[in-house]
Design a protein around this ligand. Structure first.
Ligand SMILES: CC(C)(COP(=O)(O)OP(=O)(O)OC[C@H]1O[C@@H](n2cnc3c(N)ncnc32)[C@H](O)[C@@H]1OP(=O)(O)O)[C@@H](O)C(=O)NCCC(=O)NCCS
Length: 166
């Protein structure tokens, strides 16, 4: 039976699921330019830093399982960039195509607007046509294409920045 996904703020106890979903993308795809799986301890430190700095993390749940997560944080460090944030969104392969990603992003966009942010940016590997199509459905527009700035799986990777003006 199909259960609709729901989105809620992430808790410390969600870190193992967040780590597993992220590591699947690290090992099998160019969605992340990390080369090796991250440890749960490093994700825990990342989560605590996000909380300490006041940046949100959400999870999507489906049938009682965490099936995805999303966050946004600083785009670049200098204070002139304070109205721009960079986001990440990951959904477990089995749960993709069922609306969890859209729900995570609409939550994220609403929160960004509420905080008075002006612009959201995502860095998407140019080969990741699913993510490019997904972001286009949510109103993001490609604004920059960096050639061969990444290297993974023995090949050069192009990075596309997609942007939503809020
Ligand atoms: C990209 C990703 C987050 C999308 O999440 P998802 O839960 O599968 O997406 P949804 O089911 O919510 O789809 C939302 C919309 O995007 C569209 N979309 C999603 N995947 C698509 C694809 N592969 N091709 C075309 N459109 C797609 C859907 O048709 C849907 O459109 P609509 O709601 O306007 O009808 C997910 O596939 C994922 O985690 N991929 C691996 C990690 C990754 O690439 N993360 C992004 C890094 S930048």
């Amino acid at each position: 039976m199909f259960t609709a996904p729901l989105v809620r703020p992430a808790f410390l106890r969600d870190v193992p699921a967040i780590t597993a979903i992220y590591n699947h993308a690290v090992v099998h795809t160019t969605a992340s330019y990390d080369l090796e799986p991250v440890t749960e301890a490093s994700r825990l430190a990342w989560f605590e830093a996000r909380q300490a700095d006041g940046w949100p993390v959400w999870v999507a749940e489906q049938g009682g399982q965490v099936v995805g997560w999303a966050t946004f944080g600083p785009f670049r460090a200098k204070p002139g960039y304070r109205f721009t944030a960079e986001h990440s969104v990951y959904v477990a392969p089995d749960a993709q195509g069922q609306g969890a990603g859209r729900l995570l992003m609409t939550t994220l966009i609403a929160e960004a607007r509420q905080r008075g942010l002006h612009s959201l940016i995502g860095g998407v590997d140019a080969e990741n046509t699913s993510s490019l199509a997904f972001h286009a459905r949510l109103g993001f527009v490609p604004v920059a294409h960096f050639r061969q700035v990444g290297r993974k799986f023995d090949r050069w990777l192009d990075l596309v920045f997609v942007q939503l003006l809020l």
